[in-house]
Write a protein that binds this ligand. Structure first.
Ligand code: BGC
Length: 244
């Protein structure tokens, strides 16, 4: 089935039509900058533009960087605070005139990796960490998603982990890869102590540059790099809409 997948990030909003049977993109990706401030109305307008670009009439899956329950966004770490309590699914349906399913962006990326990527057919506890503007997490137990885990916000040394160990933190603080990897390794080890995953899959923007840091990470779990890299968010969002 073809579904329009859209990945909303703190910096960019990307969409493509996805063949959900193969996990492949049927079209090129179309990317627009996330409007600033990223208010619900402004983001909905950009989502509408993406859907019109593809002349799309059909189901749409959207990954959004917040807790999402039944289409309602319940947190706002890197987007406008007005998202808290917004009925995002209805807002995007009005902007696109299409049926929309909204899920957490890391959960979407995780679904794609578990179906088509590094986690395909993996049993046990699999933890996906997306490294980007925020730190996103998706937890799977024997292939089943535990949604909205939000482990990017665990406290380490009294600080919100994503403020210290995300890609945005590396850039903001001009950290060397070595310094950043040390922080990120501490983050992974903390998660490992809490969850004892069998596999940890690293995704998100930084996974494209994994050769710069992966050798500095030291965890007991099998460590893998996301096979779908940055496309996982779009593909997974489409998968979420398929199972609606
Ligand atoms: C948000 C999560 C999101 C992650 C990655 C965090 O700041 O709280 O909901 O999955 O960023 O975008």
């Amino acid at each position: 089935m073809n579904i329009l997948g859209i990945d909303i990030g703190g910096t960019g909003i990307k969409g493509a039509i996805v063949n959900t049977t193969t996990g492949e993109l049927v079209t090129e990706r179309y990317r627009l900058l996330t409007p600033q401030p990223a208010t619900p109305e402004a983001v909905a307008e950009t989502v509408g533009q993406i859907s019109r670009f593809f002349n799309w009439q059909g189901p749409i899956g959207i990954g959004f960087p917040a807790i999402v329950r039944s289409g309602i966004t319940l947190s706002a770490a890197n987007v406008d605070l007005a998202w808290i309590g917004t009925d995002a699914a209805t807002l995007f349906e009005q902007a696109t005139s299409c049926p929309v399913r909204v899920v957490n962006d890391a959960d979407a990326a995780g679904m794609a990796e578990m179906r088509f990527g590094a986690g395909a057919d993996r049993e046990g506890v699999v933890l996906i960490v997306t490294i980007g503007t925020g730190l996103g997490t998706a937890l799977f137990v024997n292939g089943h998603l535990v949604p909205n885990t939000e482990f990017g916000h665990i406290e380490i040394g009294g600080k919100d982990a994503e403020l210290k160990a995300s890609e945005a933190a590396r850039i903001r603080e001009e950290l060397s890869w070595k310094k950043w990897a040390k922080r990120f390794n501490r983050y992974l080890q903390t998660l490992e102590n809490l969850l004892s995953p069998d596999v940890i899959i690293l995704g998100g923007g930084a996974s494209k540059e994994s050769e710069k840091f992966v050798q500095r990470l030291n965890v007991k779990a099998e460590l893998m790099i996301a096979a779908m890299l940055n496309e996982a968010g779009i593909v997974g969002a489409a998968l979420a809409a398929e199972s609606q």
